[in-house]
Design a protein around this ligand. Structure first.
Ligand code: CS2
Length: 498
């Protein structure tokens, strides 16, 4: 990595930082690359890289992280210039706590070609591959979890494995290279918020492998593990203001700052191929079954975030904390979680669900975390299955009410509908299904019945049994009518009154 300019974070600056900035408590020069991570965004820097930094400080074990980006932004210009070092700020209302994380030993940009990523992933040094590639990175069909064979990147990668560009394609190719060279086992650990993320990752990679031949499939069976994991910490995309905060408070420039909350959690299925970092010495929990933790987190914390993001944008609120600051929205979310979501959860070892709801709501009210509603609203089509539709399905199976969760689903629809030409392009959106829903809205206009019918017919999101459920359809129509009205927040207030 190249030298950093004066005043910018880098190894040379470490000894001159103000004492209140915590530094890596171990010898970075002795680290060896052992973990590769795909998708070095704010969340990774605030979560897995910090856990690894803690592990290194507590027990050392020499696990260095190699960070790989296969999508923008380039890492060379930020982390690369800083020798992998960056500042992790914890912010809780007025409190600020700064720490330099040192666990990333190298960064690799592989946006234009898979080759640099494959070099790392196929290396015998790498025993653990973690990833945060967003929900859509797995190229699966949200409603079923199967690999989407119609996805353009998947079609490309199946025909051209050497120049793969999708995550499943790159991973399958890396495993093939490992099998053909040193044959060392490896664990592929998804850290994204998709249900049974290890199973989905295993499915999409195996679907590729089956097309490459029996030998690879068998090698994967014997040498690769795909544990599931639940990850949690709120860490929004970094802003210029965050970078300025570090400069103003501590006197140096860091282009890779990340800001997060105090709370963090990592529950990992205890199923590895070969050696795995002892993240349990750094606060992670190794368990036999992640499912109860995963449902709790995705349905409660993520379900609340998604709801506040849509209802928040519709009501004119910019951040999660602004949305939950509104008494009508706060009351709606609390009732939705308590009355509808909580009863769908399995018992979670060591966690009291009602207390977890209150803790989640207070995390979301943290005014120092500037989490934009539009950021959370992004890719909703990939998020609502695990956050809203699965609890709805569980409740319908028991004939229980779904009125509040359905308003949130309608919120996702209204958000995309209002981004269409016909509705004056109220805002810009980013979702793989945005165009399809804009086309529906352009064609139909404001007839909620017809809008809901056309959107529920998208079977990649809504499975046919759910789409055909009359209660669900009726509740979503009521929700959409209210949310497309002139005063969506008052409608939300009425929906949760009484
Ligand atoms: C958020 C998550 O943008 C989103 O989808 O809901 O990134 C959320 O902040 C994390 O899952 C919290 O652990």
């Amino acid at each position: 990595m190249s030298a950093s300019p004066p005043g910018s974070l880098g190894p040379a600056l470490l000894g001159r930082l103000p004492s209140e900035v915590r530094k890596p408590a171990y010898d970075r020069a002795a680290l060896k690359p052992g973990i590769a991570h795909i998708g070095v965004g704010a969340f990774h820097r605030c979560h897995q890289a910090e856990y690894t930094d803690d592990l290194l400080a507590n027990r050392f074990d020499r696990w260095g992280l190699v960070g790989i980006n296969i999508r923008p932004p380039l890492l060379a210009e930020t982390l690369g210039r800083q020798d992998g070092l960056y500042t992790r700020l914890i912010r809780q209302n007025d409190e600020v706590e700064a720490r330099i994380i040192g666990s990333i030993v190298r960064v690799v940009d592989s946006q234009d070609s898979a080759a640099p990523a494959l070099d790392v992933l196929a290396s015998p040094d790498i025993e653990m591959v973690t990833m945060t590639v967003t929900e859509k990175g797995y190229c699966h069909i949200p409603s079923s979890g199967a690999l989407d064979l119609d996805h353009p990147d998947i079609a490309h990668d199946l025909a051209n494995p050497e120049t793969s560009r999708s995550v499943p394609g790159i991973l399958a190719r890396a495993l093939e290279l490992r099998m053909a060279s040193h044959g060392r086992p490896v664990t592929l650990l998804s850290c994204d918020n998709i249900p049974a993320n290890g199973i989905i990752l295993g499915n999409v990679v195996r679907t590729f492998a089956e097309r490459r031949g029996r030998k690879l499939v068998e090698w994967i069976e014997g040498n690769v593990a795909f544990p599931s994991a639940m990850v949690d910490r709120i860490a929004p995309a970094t802003t210029e203001a965050d970078i300025d905060t570090v400069e103003q408070r501590y006197g140096y420039r860091d282009s890779a700052v990340v800001v997060g909350e105090h709370f963090r959690q990592w529950v990992i299925e205890n199923r590895f191929a070969g050696r795995a970092p002892r993240w349990d010495f750094a606060g992670a929990i190794f368990v036999d079954d992640v499912t109860p933790f995963e449902h709790l987190k995705m349905r409660v914390l993520n379900g609340a975030q998604t709801t506040l993001s849509y209802l928040g944008v519709l009501g004119g609120f910019q951040h999660t904390s602004d949305a939950i600051g509104d008494p009508l929205l706060a009351n709606f979310v609390r009732r939705m979680l308590t009355e509808e979501t909580l009863p769908t959860l399995m018992p979670v070892p060591g966690i009291a669900p009602a207390a977890y709801v209150e803790q989640s709501l207070s995390r979301l009210a943290n005014t120092a975390i500037r989490h934009r509603n539009h950021q959370i609203a992004t890719d909703g089509s990939q998020k609502i299955v695990q956050r809203l539709l699965n609890p709805i399905r569980d409740r319908l199976a028991k004939d229980e009410s779904i009125g509040l969760l359905s308003v949130s689903v309608a919120g996702w629809m209204a958000y995309l509908i209002k981004a269409s030409r016909r509705f004056g392009r109220a805002w810009q959106v980013s979702d793989p299904f945005a165009e399809k829903i804009a086309a529906i809205a352009d064609r139909i206009g404001s007839d909620s019945n017809a809008l809901v019918d056309s959107i529920l017919a998208i079977d990649a999101i809504f499975n046919p049994a759910l789409a055909a459920n009359a209660t669900f359809r009726a509740q979503v129509i009521t929700g959409l009518d209210g949310l497309l009205s002139d005063d969506p927040t008052s409608f939300v207030g009425r929906a949760s009154a009484g």
